[in-house]
Design a protein around this ligand. Structure first.
Ligand code: ATP
Ligand code: MG
Length: 694
C-alpha cells in the first residue's frame, strides 16, 4: 500500500443562484452534510501521503494531468442510456433562456411604441405586449420545470448504475486491494462522490452548455441592438474567461484534496464506531476524538481555501460586468441624448444585460461544479480501473442475492459442486511460495516452499506458531490471494485454471474472524448454498448445518432463524457467531472444507458437542483445519506442522508428538511436561477437555 500515493483532491459547492440553488440542494449532499464532498482542501495531500485513521497511507494513484472534460467523458457509457432526455432537458433549458431574451425585445417595442407615442387611449396598445411578456414568463418557468422533470429520475438511475458498477467492482477486486484501501475512502467514493457526479450531470453540465449558449445569443442580441454597447460587453468577457480558466486550475487541486480528506474522515469515523468498545475500554476515545478533530480541521481548512478561491472569482465575475454596465450606461445615455439611440433600445440593452447576469455569474459556480464532478469521476475510476482479482474479471455476482455472496453462488457453481466426484478430493501444495504485496522490501517470503498433500476424505490439521502463516496458507486455496510461486491443485487441477466460482463452490471456508452480515440467521447460513435451490431444500440444509455447528441457540432468538443479526441486528456472542460461520461453511456439504481455528471461542462442552457433529461432516469431505488446541487436532487424521515458511513435519498427532520437539512445544500446556518419552504419553500434553474426549 505504501507504494501507492494519494490521489489529488478537488472542489465542491459554490453559490448557486436561482435554479442552481435548488438543484444543488436537491441533487446531492450540501457543503454542510457530514460526508458531503463539500468540505475540504488542505494539508492532507500537501504532505504527499497523509495517514488515515489506521495510520496507513491513503491509496490512490498519483493524479494524471487530465483535463476535466476528458475525465468527465469517461462517464459516457453510463450516461448514454439517458442521453435523449439529457439533450431534451438542455434544449428545454435553452428555450427557457431564449424566451427570457425575447422579453427585452418586447420591452423595446413597448417603450418605443405605445409609450413614446402615448395618448389617452394608448393603454390599449400595451395589452398585447404585456400579455406577450406574461406568456414568455410562463413559458420560461414551464420549460425549466420540463428540464427538471426530464432529468431527475433518469439521473438518479445513472447514479444508481455508477454505484452498482462500483459495488460490483469492489466485489471483484482482490483481497489485497481491500488490504490497502481504507474503507472510508471507498465509502466516500460510493456515496458523496457519486452524488456529486449526479448533481453535475443534472445541473452543472446542462447549464454550462445552456449558459454559454444563452450568453452567445445575448451578445448577438446586444450587438444587433447597439453594436457599440455590445462591444463594451465583449471587452469584459475576454479577461473574465481567462481568469475563470486560471481559477479552474487552482480549484481543481483543492477540490481533490477535499474529497480525499472526506474519505479519511469517513475512515476515522468508521473505525471509531466499529472499535467503540476498545476505545472506551482503554480510555482512548479522547485520542480518537482529537484525531477526528484534527482531520476535521484539515478538511475545514481546505473548504475555506475553496471558499476563498470561489469568493475571489465571484468578486471578479461580479465586478467586471458591473463596471461594463456602468460604462455602457454612460455611452448609452449620451447616444440617446444625441438621438443616435432610442430609449427603447437602451432599455432593451439593459434588460438583456440583466438577463445575462445569471449565465455570467454562474460561470464560477458551474466551473467549480464541473471540477467537483471531474475529481469525483477520477476517484471513481481509480477504483474501477484497479485490476480485478485474477479469474474474477468477468464474474458477475448474482443480482438477486439478498446478501453479498462470498462463497460462490450461481447455478454454474451449484453444478460444479455436484460435479465433485465422491471419492476424489485431493488438495496438493507444490512448492508454494507467498509474500504479501506490502511486505517490507528485503524481507523473506512468508511461505517459502510449501509441499503438502491432503488426501481424499482426509482431515489434515495445520499447526504452527501464531503469525507463521496458517491463515495465509488457507486463504490461498480459494484464491483469496494467489500464490507467488509454486502451485496448488484441487483434484489435480491448478486452482488458477478453475473458474473462480467453481473453485469457491468446491471449497468452503470458515474464517478465523466470523463475520456475519446484516441479515437473518437463515440468510447468513444459506450464503453457503448455491442460489436457485428450492426453498424446502434450503430450509433443510440450513437446519442440518445449524445442528452440525451446534447452533440450536438460533431457534431461541426472538424470531428464531429469521432473527436479524449482524451489525444492524441482534448482537451475538463470539462463540455464537463462530458457530453460525461454521454452519455457513458446512451448509452446502462442500467437497473441500477449510476451517481456520473454528472452535476457538467455544467453551469445552460446546466444543466437544461441535466436534462430535463435525466429525460426521469431516468424514465425507477433504478438510484442512487450522488448529491451536490439542482438542481440535484430535479431529484430524494427520497433522502438518508449519514452521519457517515450510511444512516442517507431517504425521499423526502421536507421531509428531514423538518426533517433533517444536510440535510438542506448541501443543503442550505450560504446566505439563513438553517432552513426553513415548507416544503413549500423549495424553499428558493435551488439555483436560481433549484428554477427556480421547
Ligand atoms: N493482509 C496482510 N497484509 C500483509 N501482511 C499480512 C496480512 N495478513 C497477515 N499478514 C502477515 O503475515 C503473517 C502471517 O499471518 P497469518 O494471519 O497467516 O498468521 P497465522 O499463522 O494465521 O497466525 P494466527 O495463529 O495468529 O492466526 C503475519 O506476520 C502477518 O503480520
Ligand atoms: Mg490465523
Amino acid at each position: 500500500m505504501s507504494s501507492l500515493t494519494r490521489t489529488p483532491p478537488q472542489p465542491s459547492s459554490g453559490e448557486p443562484s436561482s435554479e442552481g440553488g435548488e438543484d444543488a440542494e436537491t441533487a446531492g449532499p450540501t457543503p454542510t452534510g457530514t460526508l458531503s464532498a463539500a468540505g475540504a482542501a488542505s494539508a492532507g495531500s500537501a504532505s504527499g501521503t497523509p495517514a488515515n485513521a489506521s495510520g496507513r497511507a491513503t491509496p490512490g494513484r498519483a493524479p494524471k494531468r487530465t483535463s476535466p472534460t476528458r475525465t468527465l467523458m469517461r462517464l459516457a457509457p453510463f450516461v448514454r442510456p439517458v442521453r435523449a432526455r439529457l439533450i431534451g432537458s438542455a434544449l428545454a433549458a435553452l428555450a427557457a433562456s431564449a424566451a427570457g431574451l425575447v422579453v427585452p425585445l418586447v420591452l423595446r417595442a413597448i417603450v418605443d411604441g405605445p409609450m413614446a407615442h402615448a395618448r389617452d387611449d394608448s393603454v390599449h396598445g400595451l395589452v398585447v405586449p404585456a400579455l406577450l411578456v406574461l406568456l414568455l414568463g410562463v413559458a420560461e418557468a414551464g420549460l425549466f420545470g420540463v428540464r427538471r422533470q426530464l432529468t431527475a429520475r433518469p439521473l438518479a438511475r445513472v447514479e444508481g448504475a455508477l454505484r452498482d458498477a462500483l459495488y460490483r467492482r469492489l466485489q471483484r477486486l482482490p483481497v489485497s486491494f481491500h488490504d490497502q484501501w481504507p474503507s472510508g475512502q471507498l465509502l466516500s467514493r460510493a456515496i458523496s462522490d457519486l452524488a456529486t457526479i449526479r448533481q453535475f450531470l443534472a445541473f452543472g453540465m446542462i447549464f454550462l452548455f445552456v449558459n454559454v449558449a444563452t450568453f452567445l445569443i445575448g451578445i448577438g442580441v446586444m450587438l444587433s441592438l447597439a453594436w457599440s454597447l455590445g462591444l463594451v460587453t465583449i471587452a469584459v468577457t475576454v479577461p473574465l474567461v481567462w481568469l475563470s480558466f486560471l481559477f479552474e486550475g487552482r480549484y481543481k487541486l483543492v477540490t481533490r484534496r477535499a474529497q480525499d480528506q472526506v474519505g479519511d474522515l469517513a475512515t476515522t469515523t468508521e473505525e471509531a464506531v466499529l472499535g467503540i468498545r476498545v476505545l472506551k475500554a482503554f480510555g482512548r476515545h479522547r485520542t480518537m476524538a482529537r484525531r477526528f478533530l484534527a482531520q476535521a480541521r484539515e478538511l475545514r481548512g481546505t473548504e475555506l481555501q475553496k471558499i476563498r478561491l470561489l469568493a475571489t472569482i465571484w468578486c471578479v465575475i461580479v465586478v467586471l460586468p458591473e463596471t461594463a454596465i456602468g460604462v455602457a450606461l454612460a455611452i448609452g445615455v449620451v447616444q440617446v441624448a444625441h438621438g443616435t439611440l432610442t430609449t427603447g433600445t437602451l432599455v432593451a440593452y439593459f434588460s438583456t444585460v440583466m438577463a445575462l447576469r445569471w449565465p455570467v455569474e454562474s460561470i464560477g459556480y458551474l466551473l467549480a461544479n464541473a471540477n467537483d464532478a471531474a475529481s469525483a469521476t477520477t476517484r471513481f475510476f481509480e477504483v474501477m480501473d484497479a485490476p480485478a482479482a485474477p479469474g474474477e474479471a468477468e464474474e458477475e455476482p448474482a443480482a438477486a442475492d439478498p446478501v453479498p455472496a462470498d462463497a460462490g453462488a450461481d447455478a454454474a457453481a451449484a453444478e460444479a459442486a455436484k460435479a465433485a466426484e465422491p471419492g476424489r478430493g485431493v488438495i496438493r501444495f507444490e512448492g508454494v511460495r507467498f509474500r504479501y504485496a506490502d511486505a517490507p522490501p528485503g524481507s523473506e517470503d512468508l511461505l517459502r516452499g510449501i509441499d503438502l498433500e491432503v488426501r481424499p476424505g482426509e482431515t489434515m490439521a495445520l499447526v504452527g506458531a501464531t503469525g507463521c502463516g496458517k491463515t495465509t496458507l488457507t486463504a490461498l486455496i480459494p484464491r483469496l490471494y494467489d500464490a507467488t510461486g509454486g502451485r496448488i491443485t484441487v483434484d489435480g487441477t491448478d486452482v488458477r485454471e478453475l473458474p473462480v466460482r467453481r473453485l469457491r463452490a468446491l471449497v468452503s471456508v470458515a474464517f478465523e474472524d466470523p463475520i456475519l452480515f446484516s441479515a437473518s440467521v437463515r440468510e447468513n447460513v444459506a450464503m453457503g448454498l448455491p442460489p436457485g435451490m428450492p426453498e424446502e431444500e434450503r430450509r433443510e440444509a440450513v437446519e442440518r448445518a445449524l445442528r452440525i455447528a451446534q447452533a440450536g441457540f438460533a431457534h431461541d432468538l426472538p424470531d428464531g432463524v429469521d432473527t436479524q443479526v449482524g451489525e444492524q441486528g441482534l448482537s451475538l456472542s463470539g462463540g455464537q457467531r463462530q458457530r453460525l460461520a461454521l454452519a455457513r461453511a458446512v451448509v452446502a456439504s462442500p467437497a473441500f472444507l477449510v476451517l481456520d481455528d473454528p472452535l476457538s471461542a467455544l467453551d469445552v462442552h460446546t466444543e466437544a458437542l461441535v466436534e462430535e457433529a463435525l466429525r460426521q461432516v469431516l468424514a465425507t469431505t477433504t478438510a484442512l483445519v487450522v488448529a491451536h488446541r490439542p482438542s481440535t487436532v484430535m479431529l484430524a487424521d494427520r497433522v502438518a506442522l508449519l514452521e519457517g515458511g515450510r511444512i516442517a513435519a507431517v504425521g499423526t498427532h502421536a507421531e509428531l508428538l514423538a518426533s517433533s520437539p517444536a510440535y510438542r512445544h506448541l501443543l503442550s500446556t505450560p504446566d505439563t511436561p513438553d517432552t513426553p518419552d513415548t507416544p503413549d504419553d500423549e495424553g499428558a500434553v493435551l488439555d483436560t477437555a481433549a484428554a477427556e474426549e480421547i
